[in-house]
Design a protein around this ligand. Structure first.
Ligand SMILES: [Zn+2]
Ligand SMILES: [Zn+2]
Length: 392
């Protein structure tokens, strides 16, 4: 093997132009990917045999970290691929032939881990076809959509776990610079991206790098949206400045029908049905781009809160109606107690002001908001028992 690799390395060093490009493709298709397939199959057998214990390792993942110099995440991914591909022979064969890239296979294995290999096997030809024709980033959308159709609750749990990891950190200035780092949830990322977009246009003979333009766009956005939310600017509606977020969703997703696909964020990524429903709840902030029947349906639904109703709602509620929350009205969405798709009207008795975090708790985290004798009551979600492991 070493000889083969050395010969290839020597050849690549000499190759130019088209030949070099073809060589790089061959390294992946005929070398790295089939070897990764062989590696995953070997790891599976080594895992089952328990041989790794002979070296004193506690698990095959530990053994891989130690002996094969992999990070914990990289080791666990290979173990997962090995285990899941045993149940997915078509994927395993395509991987071994170099038809599928490593990252695509890792995604399929992760999907099988989430929803069970049996469910993936039923859909395997379609998934493989998508994997062959898409780059790994696009294929994430297909895999997540599939997971959502099989197990909407699991997809929602995953989105909630991801949401819990969100943070944004601004450092103290150092040498004239402030470091910003963080993790945005999928919806936050898409909101920020779409908000920056209008400010990203390069000027004539722009010397700025992409990163510098993105920085300047963020500053521009903050300046224009700054000050009083909903205040200066005049053009903003009373609900405050809200970058428009475009979500593509089917009617089934909107209605929360089991088996419905996830919502697709414009610019990449998916969100669970519950998030689509929250955005559709106060459509001042969203444009739903539907497919077929949905477009028709939406154009006939009276779902936007008319300005007069919004003003009356703000006058009645003043701030978020969640107990103990006083986030002001300009930060709030107009939540429908009985959602419009279920026949709830867009009229004052059926509406409530909810700030964004509380609105999220109602739609995504199972809280219920009720109105009794003119007072709002938020009821926590019933405790849900989830199976500790999802076997195939
Ligand atoms: Zn709502
Ligand atoms: Zn609130």
């Amino acid at each position: 093997m070493r000889d083969g690799v050395q010969a290839m390395a020597a050849w690549v060093q000499e190759a130019k132009g088209e030949d070099l490009g073809e060589g790089l493709i061959q390294i992946r298709e005929s070398g790295i990917d089939p070897l990764e397939a062989a590696f995953a199959g070997g790891v599976r057998r080594f895992d089952k045999s328990g041989e790794y214990k002979a070296d004193g390792a506690l698990s095959v993942t530990d053994w891989l970290k130690w002996k094969c110099k992999l990070s914990g995440g990289a080791a666990a991914e290979r173990v997962q691929i090995g285990r899941q591909l045993e149940e997915l022979p078509q994927t395993e064969a395509a991987f071994a032939h170099g038809d599928l890239g490593y990252q695509h296979v890792a995604l399929i294995a992760q999907t099988a881990d989430h929803v069970g290999a049996a469910a993936v096997r039923k859909e395997e030809p379609r998934l493989l076809q998508a994997a062959r024709s898409m780059d790994a980033g696009q294929f994430v959308g297909v895999a997540k959509n599939f997971e959502h159709r099989i197990d909407a609750q699991g997809a929602l749990d995953e989105a909630n776990r991801a949401h819990a990891r969100r943070y944004l950190h601004l450092s103290e200035p150092q040498d004239g610079l402030v470091r910003i780092d963080g993790l945005l949830d999928a919806e936050g990322g898409a909101t920020l991206r779409s908000a920056l977009q209008p400010f990203m246009k390069p000027i004539k003979d722009d010397p700025r790098t992409y990163g510098q333009r993105q920085h300047d766009a963020l500053m521009e956005l903050c300046r224009q949206g700054g000050g009083q939310p909903g205040g200066a600017g005049g053009k903003r509606d009373s609900a405050g400045p809200r970058p428009q977020l475009i979500i593509r969703a089917s009617l089934d997703t909107l209605a929360g029908i089991p088996g419905a696909p996830a919502g697709e964020l414009d610019g990449g990524g998916t969100v669970p049905a519950a998030t689509v429903q929250r955005y559709a709840c106060d459509t001042a902030i969203i444009r739903m781009t539907g497919r077929g029947e949905l477009e028709h349906e939406l154009s006939h639904a009276t779902r936007t809160i008319p300005p007069s109703t919004r003003r009356a709602l703000e006058a009645r509620d003043q701030h978020c109606v969640f107990e103990g929350c006083d986030r002001r009205r300009s930060w709030c969405d107009g939540h429908h107690l009985v959602w419009w798709i279920k026949g709830g009207p867009t009229t004052l008795p059926n509406l409530a002001l909810l700030c964004r975090p509380h609105h999220r708790m109602v739609h995504e985290e199972g809280w219920t908001l009720e109105r009794r004798d003119g007072r709002f009551k938020a009821i926590p979600p019933p405790r849900r028992v989830r199976p500790s492991s999802r076997s195939t």
